[in-house]
Design a protein around this ligand. Structure first.
Ligand code: DOR
Length: 437
C-alpha cells in the first residue's frame, strides 16, 4: 500500500479544526500533527486552504447491478462516488432481481470489494420488494447488512411493517422507509398543487409522504426498532421526525440534494430529468430543508443517485422513470446550502460523513465484516478514508464529463462552489486534482 501526506489542510475533527499534516501509510492515518516528517519517497499532496475530513458516506445509491447495467454498474457507480468524495456508499436493493437474499447480497459485496470504495448493501425488507412477505433479513444481516428497505416504494401494509420491525429489532439493524402512501400518490408524477393543475400533470401530494412518516413514527414507538426516513422532501416530514427524536424515539432522517436545491418550478419544462419520487416540492419546502440542514435537524445528506438510461428518460413525462443522478455534485450543493463561505465545516462533515456513517453502522466502533471504518474523527490509527475538499473552487457542472454511465443530471451547466480535490479510499489515493487518480 502507498504512503502519502496531505499537507497543511484544515483538518476537521468532531469538535475542533486545525491546520495539520495527515500522514497516511498502509491504509491508516499514521500521524496527524502540525508538521510530519515523512520517509523519503512519500507522495506529497498540497491541501493548503482545503478542508480535510472523513470520506463522505452515501446512504442512498442506486448502482443498478444486477439487471440494469446499461444505466450503471457497481464499478461505474463507485467511480462516480469517488469523484464526488465518497469513500463508502450503501447500494440500494431495487435492482433486478431485488437484493432480497444472501446470495444476491454476496454478489454485490464481492463486486464492491473490487471497486475504489467500500460498497455496503441495503437488503430488501420484503421478498422481491413486493410488500407481501418478509425477506430473510437475518441471513442478510449475518453478511453485515445493517439497513433494510424496499426503497423505490414504501412498505404499504402497516401490519407487515410492524412485523418487519419486530423481526429486525433483535438483529440490531435499521429499517429505512421510502415514505409515500401509494393510494394517495397513485399515478402522480409531480408535486400536487396549483402548478400540477396548471400543467395538467397528476400530483403526488405532500400528505402521501407525511402520513407514512407519521405512521412509522408510531410503529417505532410500538416496537422500539429504529427507522431511518429516506429522502424527506417536506417541512412537515422533517418536523415530525424532529418531534419524535425529542421524545427519545430511535429515528433518523436524510434529505437529498435535489430536494434542497430545486423546486417544482423545474417541471414547467416538462423535462423528465426533473421527475423524481418523492417529487420536487414548492419553494417554501426547499427553504425549510435548507434551514434544517443548518440547524442539525437532518442526520445525513444522501444522494438518491438514480441513474437511468437515456432512452427511458426521453420517454414522455408520465412514462419516464423517476430519479436523477446525485453522487458527483452532492458535496458542492451541500456546501452551498450551508452558506458556502459561511458554512460550518463540522456540520458539513457531520451531514456528508459522520452522520451517515453512524446510520449505516460504518464507524470504527461498529464491528462489521468486510468493510473498513468511515466517518473518522481524524486521529492517528484510524482507517484511511479521507477527503480533501476545496471550498474556494468555483466550477461548472457538465453532463459530458460525468463518471456515471448515465446522463440524467439536473445540474448540467449549473455553477458550483466548492469541489472535491482528492480522496483516499480504502487506504489508496482514488482521486487527485478533482479527477480519478
Ligand atoms: O425517484 C426515485 N428513483 N425515487 C426512488 O425512490 C427510486 C429511484 C430509482 O430507483 O430510480
Amino acid at each position: 500500500m502507498s504512503a502519502f501526506v496531505l499537507r497543511q489542510g484544515l483538518v476537521i475533527g468532531e469538535n475542533s479544526s486545525d491546520v495539520l499534516d495527515v500522514f497516511i501509510d498502509e491504509g491508516r492515518l499514521r500521524e496527524v500533527s502540525p508538521r510530519v516528517d515523512v520517509p523519503r519517497g512519500t507522495k506529497e499532496i498540497d491541501a493548503e486552504g482545503c478542508w480535510v475530513g472523513p470520506g463522505f458516506v452515501d446512504l442512498h445509491t442506486h448502482l443498478r447491478e444486477p439487471g440494469r447495467e446499461e444505466a450503471e454498474t457497481i464499478d461505474s457507480g463507485a467511480r462516480a462516488g469517488a469523484v464526488g468524495g465518497f469513500s463508502a456508499v450503501v447500494a440500494m436493493p431495487n435492482t433486478e432481481p431485488a437484493l432480497d437474499n444472501a446470495a444476491l447480497v454476496s454478489y454485490v459485496l464481492d463486486r464492491g470489494e473490487r471497486t475504489l470504495l467500500d460498497v455496503a448493501v441495503a437488503g430488501a425488507i420484503t421478498q422481491g420488494r413486493r410488500g407481501e412477505l418478509l425477506a430473510p433479513m437475518a441471513e442478510m444481516a449475518a453478511l453485515g447488512v445493517r439497513i433494510f428497505t424496499d426503497d423505490g416504494v414504501g412498505v404499504q401494509d402497516p401490519s407487515l411493517m410492524r412485523r418487519a420491525l419486530d423481526y429486525a429489532k433483535p438483529l440490531g439493524v435499521r429499517l429505512a422507509q421510502h415514505c409515500e402512501d401509494e393510494q394517495l400518490a397513485a399515478g402522480g408524477s409531480m408535486n400536487e398543487g396549483a402548478l400540477s393543475s396548471r400543467l395538467g400533470l397528476t400530483g403526488r401530494p405532500a400528505l402521501a409522504e407525511e402520513l407514512m412518516v407519521l405512521r412509522d413514527i408510531e410503529l417505532v414507538r410500538l416496537t422500539g426498532c429504529p427507522v431511518h426516513f429516506l429522502h424527506l422532501s417536506t417541512a412537515r416530514s422533517v418536523a415530525l421526525v424532529v418531534a419524535a427524536r425529542l421524545e427519545g424515539l430511535p429515528v433518523t432522517c436524510e434529505v437529498a440534494p435535489h430536494h434542497f436545491t430545486l423546486d417544482e418550478g423545474c417541471l414547467e419544462s416538462f423535462d423528465p430529468t426533473f421527475k423524481v419520487h418523492p417529487p420536487l416540492r414548492g419553494a417554501s419546502d426547499v427553504v425549510a430543508l435548507r434551514a434544517a440542514l443548518v440547524s442539525g435537524a437532518i442526520d445525513a445528506v444522501a444522494t438518491d443517485h438514480a441513474p437511468h438510461a437515456p432512452e427511458l428518460k426521453e420517454l414522455p413525462f408520465d412514462e419516464a422513470p423517476p430519479g436523477m443522478l446525485g453522487l458527483e455534485h452532492a458535496a458542492s450543493l451541500t456546501y452551498e446550502a450551508l452558506g458556502a463561505d459561511a458554512a460550518d465545516p463540522t456540520r458539513f462533515f457531520e451531514l456528508m460523513s459522520r452522520g451517515p456513517a453512524r446510520v449505516a453502522q460504518l464507524r470504527a466502533a461498529d464491528v462489521r465484516p468486510r468493510h473498513g471504518a468511515h466517518g473518522a474523527t481524524m486521529r492517528a490509527g484510524e482507517d484511511a478514508n479521507v477527503v480533501v475538499f476545496d471550498p474556494r473552487e468555483r466550477w461548472t457542472a457538465r453532463r459530458d464529463t460525468l463518471e456515471s454511465r448515465a446522463l440524467n443530471t439536473p445540474y448540467d451547466g449549473r455553477a458550483m462552489v466548492g469541489r472535491v480535490r482528492a480522496l483516499v479510499a480504502k487506504g489508496e489515493l482514488a482521486v487527485i486534482d478533482g479527477a480519478l487518480a
